[in-house]
Design a protein around this ligand. Structure first.
Ligand code: IPE
Ligand code: IPE
Ligand code: MG
Length: 256
């Protein structure tokens, strides 16, 4: 279904506010075609473009895409360096279009390990799009959920050390403000492609109550229809947040 017709049929208040995607299966997609893994990563960029524009058209508030994990450095050196080159090229090529479409781009993760030129490109792209009010697009690069929590803990510990907050009074909210996605809604829907059913250290805190959607499709095949299928599935889930199903039904009755 196109996002246009999907949008007309769906009550916008039912849409997930924050969608996070583990874009997996580029290597296997390429292998199935007798090609090198890099061919799959390049095809994956087209799927990113389709997904971002569909999410923006649908009025999704936040889309977080897992592009490179803190564990992906373990891959063969050649694949890692070609992936870095691909990031630089794609950033340079796509940022104007994103800006034109009102997308606010943010790279989350430990970017200090990237080359200076890539760090500069990231900073320029973030600055250019900083005031945009459309889709917030977080690209998770050298990201790990444990890293995210740890870097937040370090900032919080420094606050405690300075005597700003007594350790005994710390709340979840005090940690949350230091996390990568602070100020944004938690992940409602997490999608993983390629048939793998694991989280691979992605958004560990922010996805505490996310609905998890696993599809067999490899990432390069993911498109607007795949996204609307995932959202339609999400809309039919009953989210309970610890309550009973009966309580949720009663609450929905009151809202009607
Ligand atoms: C996801 O595809 C992209 C990255 C992790 C950069 P993979 O490269 O993991 O593809 P598979 O899992 O080997 O098929
Ligand atoms: C997760 O995919 C990371 C990204 C999609 C960037 P991987 O393919 O690296 O995950 P594992 O190692 O198979 O769990
Ligand atoms: Mg993989």
């Amino acid at each position: 279904m196109s996002s246009q017709s999907f949008h007309q049929e769906i009550d916008p208040s039912l849409l997930p506010k924050h969608i996070a995607v583990i874009m997996d299966g580029n290597g296997r997609w390429a292998k199935a075609r007798g090609k090198a893994r890099m061919f799959g990563h390049k095809a994956g960029v087209d799927a990113v473009r389709k997904t971002v524009s569909a999410a923006n058209r649908l009025g999704i508030q936040v889309l977080t895409l897992f592009a490179f994990s803190s564990e992906n450095w373990r891959r063969p050196e050649e694949e890692v360096s070609l992936l870095m080159e691909l990031f630089v090229t794609v950033l340079g090529r796509e940022v104007k279009r994103l800006h034109k479409n009102g997308v606010k781009l943010k790279v989350i993760g430990d970017t200090t390990r990237f080359s200076q030129s890539l760090q500069d490109k990231i900073a320029a792209a973030e600055a250019l799009t900083a005031n945009n009010t459309g889709l917030v697009l977080n690209v998770a690069a050298n990201y790990g959920g444990q890293w995210d929590i740890m870097q937040a803990v370090k900032k919080l510990a420094a606050q405690v050390e300075r005597g700003e907050i007594p350790a005994g009074q710390l709340t979840e909210g005090d940690l949350q403000v230091h996390l990568s996605c602070s100020g944004l809604p938690d992940v409602d829907l997490m999608i993983r492609t390629s048939g793998e059913c694991r989280i691979s250290n992605f958004m560990l805190w922010q996805a505490a109550y996310a609905e998890l959607y696993f599809t067999e499709q490899f990432w390069p095949d993911f498109d607007e229809t795949s996204l609307t299928d995932a959202i339609a599935w999400f809309i039919n889930r009953e989210r309970r947040f610890g309550c009973t199903g009966e309580q949720i039904k009663a609450m929905l009755q009151v809202e009607k």
